[in-house]
Design a protein around this ligand. Sequence first.
Ligand SMILES: *Cc1c(COP(=O)(O)O)cnc(C)c1O
Length: 431
Amino acid sequence: MIIEDLDSFYKNMGIDSKLISLSKHIEEDLKERFAYIDQIAEYNQLKILKAMQDNRVSDAHFAATTGYGYNDIGRDTLESVYADVFHAEDALVRPQLISGTHALTVALAANLRPGDELLSPVGKPYDTLEGVIGIKETKGSLAEYGITYKQVDLLADGSFDYDKIKEAIGPKTKMATIQRSKGYATRPTLSVEQIGQLIAFLKEIKPDIICMVDNCYGEFVELIEPTDVGADLCVGSLIKNPGGGLAPTGGYIVGKTEYVENAAYRLTAPGLGKEAGATLGINSSLYQGLFMAPQVVSGALKGAVYAAKQYEHFGFDVLPNGNESRHDIIQAVTLNSPEAVIAFCEGIQAAAPVDSFVTPVPGSMPGYTCDVIMAAGAFVQGSSIELSADAPIRPPYSVFFQGGLTWYHAKYGILMSLQKLYEKKLISFDK
Ligand SMILES: *Cc1c(COP(=O)(O)O)cnc(C)c1O
């Protein structure tokens, strides 16, 4: 029987039989949920396929350009595909956007001028943006260029503080930055629908406010994207969801032509804009990664939901919980002790296709006030669409993990994390 073969393979791969049988119950429980996730992937697959067909993607688009990169039809067509997928006017999709933070920096710096004010109506942005904006004094920040910043936190229940947002908008408010994913914070992730409501509210008060959404970790988790609900700009990293695990580097900025054009002038040089920028032969990976992204994101989502169910079973707090709707691929698990956090990360690392023989240990990291542990065994350095986990070693000892290029790998990684906790007697089956 093939199933018996599978069970003994898991045992050979170090998973206790009690975990294997528990896993079967949990997967049975999740059947309907997984079917729904599959449907979203199917829809997004068609969306991307249609955009590629409409743009007549062809062999010639995979050729490398060098030097200035003029007439890179692969690059230009890919940008047109991205614009169509996001139902946006234009897109900038470049290997020269070195990360999500860089893409966000370019989008902000390109569309703000000295004297303008930036508003975050959804609380504190992602850690790296603190330096970019100048919330934390940093060389080259927007603050250094005379761009001010206002922030309105979410209410205790995670909803928008509409009164305070209204108060915060003034004549200088040029742009709003809206982060979809909770990132590594404890607030809820915003649904695209919620983002649409917020944008409608902002535009009612100030029709010309530029609404930018940090879409990191959110792409293809839902049927629609922020650009479908009024976002003027939507920004993300290609080593997260939309690169499908195949993009070796890059970022994207999609939205209104004027704002994307500003971003292109900021990324390259005033007057050059989108016309230049060699792609050095990586176009095919960017196309193929986008093509694979819905399937890859569905695997990561299944892994996140499955982990929530597994860890709930053992009595841990999880965010989101096993039944909530999902708007990004990040799963947080509160493990209550440093030993459990370390065991969890050891399990994720041991399950990796790359560097499985390495043992992660907590260490100091720039920008953190406590030690941090990270588990990653990725084909692309730092890729977090691949199965990966990070945790600051401080109460309440929460670990944040995400990714998995396939559902089967995500499942094995989570089983391995539980196995490590089990071996260290941090969980038990007799309750
Ligand atoms: C990952 C992430 C970023 C920054 O991306 P990097 O590629 O790591 O620079 C920004 N915002 C959110 C919400 C993220 O998840």
